[in-house]
Design a protein around this ligand. Structure first.
Ligand SMILES: [Zn+2]
Length: 502
């Protein structure tokens, strides 16, 4: 069967979501052909084409056999894209398709599970019946519709493993204010992003750049900061990456994605700290989009006091974005990750995922002591691995093991992979990025901002359930008591820096 080269990573992601064995995953994927059916009207409709492109950029990373039907030029382009992502993917025509995403008008018979996807202006639609099309071009809603439709395909394919199963519901929501229909006839304007830095160019940033790269009327300077190169496991969910991109610099790949816009990309292959230290007189970039894996980088980003911070995140089954300005009473980015906030703190999560318990994990994390054999045995037992599997981390710090195995690229084929619960699904990361990109554009354009949602946090808390209905995506968040945003000196520094009135 033609599973992708990065199948181990697919297994880690799907296994985390569903507790499915590796064999069962392979069998399930082998037994299915996923369809993408594009009507004849799709070619002249930018939104429909973008939804189709996002759909293929996600489906080709997991499903080994796709049935693509579209007008000839588009079918060629989508086939080329699918094969470039996974050269082993099988593209068939009119095979026995049970589940398909349908874009644009269709007259031919539809499969039993037809999922209609489309976008109109700022409004994304995913439903069981044909959805509205036309309207102004909008890569954010078009991309979001593609991600959500792929999520519905995933839920259908793995329906037997989803307990409780929740029936899909028809969805229409506006990426402008997260209500039902705002901006359906409002074009995306020309937007000057001024100067923006992207901290971290992982899967979430890939989704953001995918959308920004299709918004041609964007201007400004964009710093693209990440020290890493693309590794094989990243192909599981980085929507910008193709098979040939393994080993390429992440900033260079990101810069390429912005080629069709008026943005001047400034790729920087460096660590965030190193990049920030290049501003000894005070960090002067007004806007930062942060989507790194770790909480400390988010706190550090907020402490640099950019005028506006955009955050894109994925959690165990969640995804979302948030936006922050330090001077008002709403939560700053650090508030969302404040240890006193209700919810689990970082070492508690580490302790649970590795079976160490919170106290032991806190101690090992704080001291960075070499991992003793006893703890390695505990972790191996918890993960269903052998101590030999974990031998590479003997004598190294807990931090190294956690970031390599859980957050990073080292794949372990272990029974307990589901307990690691951290490799997001491709559509989960991509949607978080698309939502972050929409916030960036909205918060960079005063008129758009006046018609955007006032709430700071936008989230979908469980991607194994249907997405929230319109009106349930945006959440108010107040400051966390004890966070540094309540500190007078920080507030004064922010106001001086951006000349914000009290
Ligand atoms: Zn705060």
């Amino acid at each position: 069967m033609a599973v992708a080269r990065f199948f181990e990573r697919n297994y880690a992601a799907v296994g985390a979501a569903l507790s499915i064995s590796r064999d069962a995953l392979e069998r399930t994927l082998a037994a299915r052909t996923i369809g993408l059916l594009c009507g004849p009207d799709v070619e002249g409709d930018a939104n429909a084409r973008w939804t189709a492109e996002m759909t293929v950029a996600l489906l080709a990373r997991l499903y080994p056999r796709l049935s693509l039907e579209a007008p000839p030029a588009l079918a060629d382009a989508l086939t080329t894209l699918a094969v470039a992502i996974n050269p082993l993917v099988e593209i068939v025509r009119g095979d026995d398709v049970e589940t398909a995403i349908v874009i644009g008008g269709r007259r031919s018979p539809l499969p039993p599970n037809a999922i209609f996807a489309g976008a109109r202006g700022w409004v994304a639609h995913v439903a069981r019946t044909p959805v509205p099309a036309g309207g102004p071009e909008n890569p954010y809603s078009a991309g979001a519709a593609g991600c959500i439709a792929v999520g519905e395909v995933f839920r259908h394919v793995f329906r037997a493993s989803l307990r409780p199963w929740v029936e899909p519901r028809d969805l229409a929501f506006s990426l402008l204010d997260y209500g039902r229909d705002a901006g359906a006839s409002l074009p995306v304007p020309d937007v000057d992003l001024s100067e923006v830095a992207f901290f971290g160019l992982g899967a979430v940033a890939n989704g953001a750049l995918w959308a920004l790269g299709r918004h041609r009327a964007l201007r400004g300077i964009t710093w693209l900061v990440d020290a890493e190169t693309v590794d094989l496991s990243n192909l599981q969910r980085y929507v910008l990456t193709l098979d040939v991109d393994e080993g390429r610099s992440k900033p260079a790949l990101a810069a390429e994605a912005l080629r069709g816009t008026g943005i001047e990309p400034r790729p920087r292959a460096s660590e965030l700290e190193e990049f920030a230290e290049g501003y000894p007189a005070g960090f002067s970039i007004p806007t930062v989009c942060v989507s790194t894996d770790d909480v400390p980088a988010r706190r550090a980003t907020q402490a640099l006091l950019p005028r506006t911070v955009l955050n894109g995140f994925t959690g165990d089954r969640s995804l979302g974005t948030s936006w922050h300005r330090f001077s008002d009473d709403a939560a700053c980015l650090a508030c969302l990750y404040h240890p006193d906030h209700p919810g689990k703190d970082h070492t508690q999560i580490v302790g649970e995922r590795l079976g160490l318990g919170r106290q032991r994990a806190s101690l090992l994390w704080a001291t960075r002591a070499p991992l003793p054999d006893q703890d390695l045995r505990t972790i191996a037992d918890h993960l269903g691995a052998s101590v030999a599997d974990l031998a590479p981390w003997r004598g190294r710090a807990l931090h190294d093991l956690y970031s390599d195995v859980v957050c990073g690229s080292v794949a372990l084929d272990v029974r307990g992979i589901g307990r690691l619960e951290t490799v997001p699904l491709a559509h989960q990361s991509a949607l978080a990025g698309v939502l972050m990109a929409a916030e960036l554009v909205k918060r960079s354009h005063p008129e758009l901002e006046t018609v955007s949602q006032p709430e700071r946090l936008v989230s979908w808390d469980d991607v194994l359930r249907p997405p929230p209905p319109a009106g349930r995506w945006a959440h108010r968040r107040s400051r966390a008591p004890g966070c540094f945003c309540s500190d007078r000196d920080y507030q004064a520094a922010y106001r001086r820096k951006w000349l914000v009135a009290r």
